[in-house]
Write a protein of this length. Structure first.
Length: 623
């Protein structure tokens, strides 16, 4: 059945604080048996806020409806009765309910009753009330209210039982602030808090409550207006701590948005909370390079102090207040590189942190420093003899660099001199063709070209920014040429006139050999080098390709893991076994299966770029 209406009069927002409030009053009525009438009364509505009474402030109103019903129990017995509305008085705050008990009542029998709702279940002499799912709409608050009354049976008169009905639930109106504006009109909101009650059992024969259950409360249709979500909820009285909301709107979920740190809720009171009246939620965003701003309605908010990280060159992120609004803004990023800054400001009682990263795929163009854990490269001239699988580099030799501290875990670390700094030049092209991946799922747009791995070799790649996930990745294609010829002609250096391509170096988990020197060639247009994860801190951007197990291997099959990158040499433009150049057989097994690579980068590989004009972060000595 539909419970009596609960609705809100015209309101002004009230800050959750520690002032006094009025309680909802109670009225009396009467009843008799065997056809018993219960006269049930409740006040027409009393202001419930934390401020002294003023006209126009928010108030709670109640009214009986013809569909309302009562469940009554005689004290200390199993004698129960069900009652329906027989008369509602003109002011709708008093009503008569008629019904019968299982057995007749005696003089002065004490009777307790509760209002049955759609969220209640009657069993024996008790009723279970459950409110873990609500609409979040003000007009529906009454569906989740708990009203109980108590009175004695006096057979004289037309209304033998007069009851005082009290509200057993408190009510909350809260404004939850989203980090970005939403286009949807409603949101699904999950309220979370320490020991947040979701159901309780009313024991009719003792008029007490027990078996309180806790959990989350889901509001299915909370109203949305731009960055504000208005939440209406019925909550069980008590102290609520760290009340947060997960808000899903426009297909995106924003987690752990603070409603209030702590509040003690009393039955029959309406609590109005506007978070930005006293504090502003932390914001963390990745945004494009265009100028950005966000205006937050925040009355009487005065900024006491502002701190920036990094201290130098972070004045592109700003905050100001005019007594009514707080404005956050970021200047357009014209540095040509990604950048990140953190702004912390306080009003003297609460601190807000704003973390903004400005980044676009075009910002990856420029000069990067690359460090690998270990590097091997060939020396000497190539003397090519034979054809097919007998194409050997008879003067093949290799020199390798090792970490300065003798590290053996394959991870590039800050402050370690790896002695193998490479300068990588990345160009950007707008648009670019879409290329379907084979080892990595999905289609990626070719918008990068990188040079610096080896002589004039230029590799194609892709930079992708996901603003919703606040992440970015860089990929480079093993098929360096992205054309029918696949291999790329070398025009400079020792091996000018030959062809080259990239291949991943593998670790074979099915053998005892850590480095598995297998040659590979590309048979399609979608092979990759493994994915590089992008991090931005201040003015420095890093792209890290993880090879070590601590950071997570790039898996290509059940037994092969990518642990490095090689530049392979060929006699022709097609990357096939017939054209690959190999080590001479005199070097030992597996003889013809070992390709005479030009250069190999092993272990973790880190590329770093710092925007011009700012101090660099050292990775591996002078790198």
């Amino acid at each position: 059945m539909v419970l009596r209406k609960i609705f809100l009069a015209a309101a002004s927002l009230i800050l959750l604080g520690g002032c006094s409030s009025d309680e909802l009053a109670n009225t009396t009525g009467g009843s008799k048996t065997p056809g018993v009438t219960i006269s049930a009364g409740m006040d027409e509505g009393t202001r419930v806020s934390f401020t002294p009474y003023t006209e126009g402030a928010e108030r709670l109103k109640v009214a009986w409806e013809s569909s309302d019903a009562l469940f009554a129990v005689v004290s200390s017995s199993t004698n129960t009765g069900n009652f329906t509305v027989s008369q509602i008085q003109s002011d709708v705050h008093k009503a008569n309910f008629t019904g019968t008990f299982d057995t007749p009542l005696t003089q002065s029998s004490e009777v307790s009753a509760c209002v049955k709702t759609a969220s209640s279940t009657v069993s024996g002499t008790g009723a279970t009330f459950e409110w873990s799912t609500q609409t979040g709409v003000a007009a529906d608050l009454g569906k989740y209210d708990i009203l109980t009354g108590n009175g004695n049976y006096e057979p004289s008169g037309t209304s033998p039982i007069h009851m005082h009905f009290d509200h057993q639930m408190s009510f909350l109106k809260a404004t939850v602030i989203l980090p970005v504006a939403a286009t949807g009109n409603t949101a699904t909101v999950t309220l979370k808090g320490t020991g947040l009650p979701t159901s309780v059992v009313w024991n009719g024969n003792t008029n007490t409550f027990s078996d309180l259950k806790t959990g989350n409360i889901t509001l299915t249709a909370a109203p949305v207006n731009g960055t504000e979500v208005t939440v209406y909820a019925a909550l069980y009285p008590g102290t609520v701590k760290e009340l947060c909301a997960d808000v899903t709107v426009d297909g995106t979920t924003y987690g752990n948005l603070l409603v209030t740190h702590s509040a003690t809720l009393e039955a029959g009171k309406l609590y109005t909370v506007s978070r930005n009246a006293s504090s502003i939620e932390d914001i963390k965003l990745w945004i494009p390079d265009a100028a950005w701003s966000k205006v937050i309605d925040c009355k009487n908010y005065k900024i006491a102090s502002v701190a920036r990280e990094p201290e130098e060159g972070s004045d592109w992120l700003n905050v100001s207040s005019d007594g009514t609004h707080v404005t956050l803004s970021a200047d357009a990023n014209t540095t040509g590189a990604p950048r990140q800054a953190t702004l912390s400001f306080t009003n003297g009682s609460s601190t807000t942190t704003v973390d903004i990263t400005q980044i676009e795929d075009k910002d990856f163009a420029g000069t990067w420093d690359m460090t690998a854990f270990k590097v091997f490269y060939t020396t000497g001239d190539a003397t090519i003899t034979g054809v097919g699988t007998n194409i050997h580099d008879n003067t093949w030799s290799a020199i390798g660099t090792t970490p300065g501290d003798g590290a053996t875990n394959d991870i590039v670390k800050e402050g370690v001199d790896y002695g193998n700094k490479q300068e990588m030049e990345i160009d950007y092209q707008s648009g670019g063709s879409s290329i379907a991946g084979i080892y990595q799922a999905g289609t990626h747009r070719q918008n990068l070209s990188m040079r610096g791995l080896y002589e004039n070799l230029r590799t194609k790649g892709s930079a992708e920014v996901d603003y919703s996930k606040m992440s970015a990745n860089v990929y480079f294609f093993i098929d360096t040429n992205q054309s029918n010829s696949k291999n790329q002609r070398l025009y400079t250096g020792t091996y000018a006139g030959q062809y080259a391509n990239l291949m991943p170096e593998f670790y074979n988990t099915s053998t005892s050999t850590h480095w598995d020197f297998q040659y590979a060639w590309t048979g399609g247009t979608g092979y990759w080098w493994y994915r590089g994860d992008v991090t931005v801190a201040g003015h420095t951007t890093k792209v890290s390709w993880y090879a070590n197990g601590t950071n997570g291997y790039q898996n290509l099959s059940a037994k092969l893991r990518v642990v490095g990158l090689q530049v392979m040499r060929y006699t022709g433009p097609v990357p096939s076994a017939s054209y690959i150049i190999r080590e001479p057989e005199s070097l030992g097994a597996p003889k013809p299966n070992w390709g005479a690579y030009a250069i190999t980068y092993q272990g973790d590989i880190v590329m770093k770029r710092t925007a011009d004009g700012y101090r660099e972060i050292t990775i591996g000595g002078d790198n």
